[in-house]
Ligand binder design. Sequence first.
Ligand SMILES: [Fe+2]
Length: 297
Amino acid sequence: MNTTFFDSGVSDDTRRKQLYEGQLHVYSPLPRSLELCKFAREMCEEAFAPHDPQTAQYHLPVERFAEILAELKPKFIHHPTSKRLIQNLLVEMGCDPGKTYFDVPRLRTSTSDEYLTSGISYAFHPHRDTWYSAPFCQINWWMPVYEIVPENIMAFHPRYWSHPVRNGSQAYNYQEWNKTSRQSAAQHIKSDTRVQPKPEEPMELDPQIRIATRAGGIMLFSAAQMHSTVPNTSGRTRFSIDFRTVHIDDAVSRRGASNIDSACTGTTMEDYLRGTDLAHLPHEVIAMYMEMPAVER
Ligand SMILES: [Fe+2]
């Protein structure tokens, strides 16, 4: 991991290869990403009205704030417009929509000053998505919905790209998690008791990289990158959108980042939808990942 590409003109095939090697790709806001941001903003503003979503936390009891998010987030995630806007964005970003599968976009929040850091607005400890049953060919897409500052974004911990960390991923199985824990996210207001894969040794989080784009800017990174939520001291709630993609050719031929420390089981492969018609990955491809422990992928 040594390069952050900015508005690169490389093909999607080259870009994925670079991401699997630990590089980052960052893009200025594009018409389609701005459209997605605008849609998210409208939904947030409607949900928090009459307050500004970024400062609503100072006007609402935390239980009410969590309640609003519990309704807003699934609404955004499952809205047909969100999917359509992602499909358009993939094309604009040079992905082959017939071979690129995406999962529904998540709307994330990071509140300021530890107002709400669990459950529905979970502050992610350092982790790799591959500890959570993501395949090693998964690419993460992240974009801020409003303007951001270094005090309210996410951080990469580049030392750990090639450095394994003792962690609790062997206890994690995505299919199990979906059955039990996810439904209860909104109930965890003061603390979060759900078991998540965490580092089990002291981490050196510095030096770290925080990439601050304009609202609607896009950051692409491998699911194997170590990353975390920065403790938000900005005085504003951060709203961001993230989603993940998988290229079917890479999935079939098991191309992707190297596995240096993930031992989870299960797979997120059932979640991805084809860029053209929202079809799921073929059953045999999902099965390839479902049947094998992540450590052998
Ligand atoms: Fe993550």
